[in-house]
Each structure stands twice: as C-alpha cells, then as structure tokens.
Design a protein around this ligand. Structure first.
Ligand SMILES: [Zn+2]
Length: 443
C-alpha cells in the first residue's frame, strides 16, 4: 500500500536540533516513506477543532472530556508511526478498512453504551485515527495540490524541507498549540488482531516504539520549530502561498476546512459503531459545496476540480458511475479516481473547461462500489455553478447532514456505571480495569 509514497532523502539542516538528529538517524536506517500530508501537530489540532463541528450530543460530550484528550492526541498521530519505523501498519491505519476493523473489534469486546462506560477511551482513540486518515486525503487532494503549483519554486519532498513539516511548523506558529508531554497511549492488546484483519502482521512492541518516536521526534519537531522565529520565517519563505492561507477556513482543504469533513466522518463511524448506517452517511462532503456559485472554469487549475467525499473508502471504477452535465445537456469529460487507494475522497478532474455562467450537475449513478465490498445502490446528484459568488464560502460542506445521533443519553440521575463523562483520570482507570477484568473472564 506504499505505492503512492515516493522515496525520500533525509536532509539534515545546517544547525539541526538534537531530536532532529535522532530522527534522521532513526529514519536513515533505510529508505523510508515520507510523513507526507499534514504534520502531526496539525492532525491533533484538526481533531480538537473537529469537535466544534459536531452537533450537540453524546459523541461531542465524550470527545470534549479533558480526561480523553490524551487518547485523541495519540489516535491522531498514530497512523504516521508506521512511516517512522518503516512498517506497513502506518499506511493501513490511514484507511477505511482499518477503521472498520477497529469498529468491529470494539463491538465485539467493549461494553455498551459506548458513550458512558469502558469504551470511552477507545472511542476517542478511534476518532483520532479516523481524523488523521480523512484529513490527509482532504489536504492532499485540494490544498496541497494547489500549493504544488503556487509554491513550486521552493517545493521539496525531503523530510525536513517538505510540505508537511513546513505546514506543521507554520500551524504551531499560528495557533501556539503544544501537545508535548502527552503520554504515549495505545489500546494495549487490541491492535495486532485488528491489523491481522487488514492483512498486516505487527506486535504491540513495534506499535509502542513507533508511537513513542512520533511523540519524541515528530510532534516535538513542529512544537520546537514553530516557536523559533527563524525556522518559521524560513518555511514561510519557502511556501508563501500556503503560509498565507493555511488557517483560512475559506481555503479548500485548509486545516479548519479539513476539521469539518472529519466531524462528518466521525458521525458515520459513531453510527456504524452503533450498528446503523443511514443514507446520509453515503456522501459526507463535496467540493464545491452543493448549490454553491463561483466555481473556477479553467480546467488546468486544481481549484476547478470536483471532490466527492464518501462515508466509506471507494473502489476503482468509480469514474464509470459519474456524469457531469450542464443545463444545455452538454456532458463534460473528466477523469475520476479515489485520491489514494482505499480513500473516501474521489477527485474528479475536468479535461475541458466548465462553461462560464452555467449551472452544472454532478450525477452519481447507482452501483458505486466501496473497498469493503458494499455497493451504494442509491444514486445522488448535486449542482454547482460558475456564476460569480457573492462572497467567501464554506469550501467543503456536508450536503446531507445528520438529523441526530443513534444513541440517546439516559435521563438525568439515571446513574453511570464504569465511568461517567466527568470521571476524569480516575474514571478512566476504573474503565480500563473493568475492561481488563472482562477480558480475563473470557479466557
Ligand atoms: Zn498520515
């Protein structure tokens, strides 16, 4: 699954920091894939920001619990740990089949309700992992694709000068976030079996080594350099287009925009954990938004593309199930593919200009296949226009938002066994102890 990762050379800067040297030594041991896409401080920031995009309800309350913040941090950085130790588990952890396998493990092993008992730290970890994979494909297919053109002069694919590292440092500089000091945490004992389900053999020791390396080197690199004015200036000069737009919520694929799509993906997983998968989970975001104006016409610009984000990873062959026409009946030529193998985001690139001052309709025909062997038998369509827009817009909205959640809280005062929302660290300890006891009883 590493086919999409070009190999990378390690560039050691003139005056490297100690953690950077250690990281270089760690990664120079072989021919590592780059930690591309968002950097890990960015991934964690996106996860916490995505909580704001959730509707009020149990999932939002759970993920807002400070006691579970370490699990969100750990989940959000986990997938890139595979690159740090050159193991395929990292690539697999980015995509839907792994998220689905983790959901199945939780359904089999954890007590319900998931919002209130021992399952809570696992939910936080799952949502962190899922946030990472969704964010990478949104960022890469939109913001990073545009930056490749606008910031071509300084573009680099080396680790320390690469786009992911640069934007991670710039995000820390812009937001001041600092996640250092979070203890490494993984769902002990659970992950090797979950990885077996997606064809990956890995043990807990390897996973924990990788997770520790992510905390010590990768997370720290962004945190340290984001507080170093010289480093920030250097990255800003190297990627000026991206630096000016990184935190702009109106820029397609910026971290604030990514967080909105992450929240929509979380709701699909929360549904599926509860054994339901309603129709509104089929499409979780589009670029441009359904019903929006102002789409660029020039097909040679990345921004003229259309991106449809599904609730599940999409199989090859999706191009045959799409049609784009305008009101005159003209059908447009395009290419379309999941942006990465097993990705939810399908990038549709026109091979001719969209007509000016025109309304276009994107039709998704029944029969689009997912990577987990399902087929969407329901068609769907949405419009956008190339007429001038009246103002800045939300770049990637969910056209079919959730009306509610599958799980409703018990009435006030009904009691809570094994950890309440306000349980804090002690509640978590109780929850883990309960889980361990439960696992022992099964043997
Ligand atoms: Zn990643």
């Amino acid at each position: 699954m590493t086919a999409y990762h070009p190999s990378v050379r390690i560039a050691v800067p003139a005056a490297p920091l100690a953690p950077v040297l250690a990281l270089a030594a760690l990664l120079a041991a072989g021919d590592p894939a780059p930690a591309r896409a968002n950097g890990v401080n960015t991934h964690v920031w996106i996860s916490f920001h995505a909580i704001d995009h959730l509707p009020d309800g149990e999932l939002k309350r759970l993920l807002s619990d400070p006691a579970l913040a370490p699990m969100i941090v750990n989940g959000s950085i986990f997938p890139d740990g595979g690159y740090a130790v050159q193991h395929d588990f990292g690539e697999a952890a980015h995509w839907g089949p792994f998220h689905a396998a983790l959901v199945r493990w939780m359904q089999a092993e954890l007590p319900t309700p998931y919002a209130r008992g021992a399952a809570r730290p696992y939910v936080a970890f799952l949502m962190g992992v899922a946030s990472h994979g969704m964010a990478d494909q949104i960022f890469d297919s939109t913001f990073m694709e545009a930056a490749r053109g606008y910031d071509a002069a300084g573009w680099s694919d080396t680790l320390l000068d690469g786009f992911d590292t640069a934007t991670d440092v710039l995000l820390v500089a812009a937001t001041g976030v600092d996640y250092r000091g979070t203890e490494p945490w993984l769902p002990a004992g659970a992950l090797p079996g979950v990885f077996t389900e997606v064809g990956i053999t890995v043990d807990d020791g390897t996973l924990l080594d990788a997770q520790s390396a992510m905390h010590t080197f990768i997370l720290a690199y962004g945190a340290v350099n984001g507080r170093d004015p010289a480093a920030v200036a250097r990255y800003r000069d190297q990627y000026p287009w991206a630096a000016a737009r990184l935190m702009d919520p109106h820029e397609p694929g910026s971290p604030p925009c990514e967080a909105e799509v992450v929240a929509a993906y979380w709701l699909t997983l929360w549904d599926r954990l509860h054994g339901v998968d309603p129709l509104e989970n089929q499409i979780i975001a589009t670029y441009p938004p359904a019903g929006s104006d102002g789409h660029p016409t020039d097909h040679t610009r990345v921004e003229a593309q259309v991106v449809v984000v599904f609730g599940r990873g999409i199989a090859d062959g999706v191009a045959d199930k799409l049609r784009i026409t305008d009101v005159t009946g003209k059908a447009y030529g395009f290419t379309a593919r999941p942006f990465y193998r097993e990705a939810n985001a399908v990038a549709i690139r026109p091979t001719e200009d969209w007509a000016a001052d025109e309304t276009l309709t994107v039709e998704l025909l029944p029969g689009i296949a997912t990577v987990d062997g399902a087929t969407y038998d329901q068609g769907w369509s949405f419009d956008f226009s190339t007429r001038p827009a009246s103002g800045p817009r939300d770049p990637m909205s969910d056209p079919t938002p959730h009306p509610g959640e599958p799980w409703t809280a018990p009435p006030e005062g009904a009691g809570c066994d094994g950890g309440c929302d306000a349980g804090g660290g002690a509640g978590l300890g109780v929850a883990l102890a309960a889980l361990l006891a439960r696992r022992r009883r099964r043997r």
